[in-house]
Design a protein around this ligand. Structure first.
Ligand code: PMP
Length: 398
């Protein structure tokens, strides 16, 4: 009966985790998965989250189902963060926001909605992008195509090629964009480039879908949302998926949001209804615990301020590791340019290593990166950075 079921080779990034766990090399370092580790190599529990957890636990309360759209405070938390608490678009009630099962859940609900209501739309993703973007949209029966994004030879954005590709898209095609901290390359558009991209999107009547999983890790909370807010100011329809996995260090709680910006309040109400119906028929309602943490941290002024400080501390540590790695590599491999490390933003760096070099790092040094050369810079710390730099220098020079 199940003979015809095809083998699933596993997810390339998640698969690295099990390989890493089984590795007996005492110096092993996991720079594969997109997770922030602190200076001690530990996943942090943020102080603001600890306070929220204490409030949730005292007294321990019953766990009713949440509504399909999640907690009101979770949804407001997403909206204020993405659009700015005083944004006119929020006062005008033109944004339909639901709490989702992480950023992945937001992408999935968005993809299902698009497939139902814009069945002819094709979805364009950056080349390269986070692999699950393609899998999620294709899994919702949407044709996925790529727009040029990254030039490995120069470690920069292929901006003219990207614009040319956008100009060839059809009305209502969906363009998946990373507002900050592009995954996997770490290379972001400048604000002037965003302005141009959004002009072309507007002229072509395309649908921008902005996926923001690292807000606060680039410049700051507001600057990282530049593209989102600019699209709103231009009056564009807009999908935004956001994740709190990284910036609240709440990976396993699965907290995120999906927001759809509409031209009118009346349309937003109908979109909201359809989003909740989409949720109802997939998983009915989102998980409760993480939703309460988001609600408490985002809506308590003191905790919110503390949270922003904690995110910026993570951001600053990553930036310091980027500079340090660049300095050590430039010293050890004098004929190569490593300035891409500090031109890139967020957790990831596209190192340009070949798949063979990535494999050598794993086999000989126990250093794990994704085979496309993506390194999670947030896995570096003062203890391991020299080891990693030496290993990279060795495989680059052989
Ligand atoms: N989008 C991007 C660009 C991501 O990097 C990730 C996480 N790796 C997600 C979405 C998914 O976020 P979550 O883990 O909250 O589902």
């Amino acid at each position: 009966m199940f003979d015809r079921i095809e083998h699933y080779a596993g997810d390339p990034i998640l698969g690295l985790v099990s390989q890493f766990v089984a590795d007996e090399n005492p110096n092993k370092v996991n720079l594969g998965i997109g997770v922030y580790y602190d200076e001690d190599g530990k996943m942090p529990v943020l102080e603001c989250v600890k306070t929220a957890e204490e409030r949730i636990a005292d007294p321990i309360k019953p766990r009713p189902y949440l509504p399909m759209q999640g907690l009101a405070g979770h949804r407001k938390g997403c909206q204020d963060l993405l659009f700015g608490a005083d944004a006119a678009v929020l006062q005008e009630e033109r944004v339909a926001t639901i709490a989702t099962i992480g950023g992945s859940g937001a992408l999935k609900v968005g993809a299902e909605f698009i497939n139902q209501w814009f069945p002819d739309a094709e979805c364009y993703v950056s080349d390269p992008t986070w692999g699950n973007h393609i899998a999620i949209f294709e899994g919702s029966n949407i044709t996925v195509k790529k727009y040029p994004y990254y030039d490995k030879a120069t470690n920069s954005v292929r901006f003219d090629d990207m614009i040319a590709c956008l100009k060839g898209m059809n009305k209502n095609d969906v363009v998946l964009l990373h507002p900050c901290c592009h995954n996997p390359t770490g290379m972001d558009l400048t604000q002037a480039q965003w302005d141009e991209v959004l002009d072309v999107i507007k002229a072509g009547e395309l649908i921008p879908f902005m996926d923001i999983a690292y807000q606060g890790f680039g410049e700051d909370m507001d600057t990282d949302a530049y593209a989102i807010r600019k699209a709103v100011d231009m009056g564009l329809p807009l999908f935004v998926s956001n994740s709190f996995s990284k910036n609240l260090s709440l990976y396993g709680e699965r907290v995120g949001g999906l927001s759809v910006v509409c031209p009118t309040k009346e349309e937003a109400e109908r979109v909201f209804g359809q989003l909740t119906f989409t949720v109802r028929r997939i998983y009915s309602s989102p998980p409760s615990h993480g939703g309460h943490v988001v609600d408490i941290v985002m809506n308590d002024d003191a905790l919110h301020e503390q949270w922003v400080g904690e995110v910026y501390a993570m951001r600053d540590r990553i930036k310091a590791m980027r500079s340090k790695l660049q300095a050590v590599l430039e010293e050890k491999v004098p004929n190569q340019n490593f300035d891409y490390l500090t031109r890139q933003n967020g957790m990831f760096s596209f190192t340009g290593l070949t798949p063979e070099q990535v494999e050598r790092l794993r086999a000989e040094y126990g250093i794990y990166m994704v085979s496309n050369s993506r390194m999670c810079v947030a896995g570096l710390n003062s203890d391991n950075i020299d080891y990693i730099a030496n290993a990279m220098a060795a495989v680059l020079q052989d």
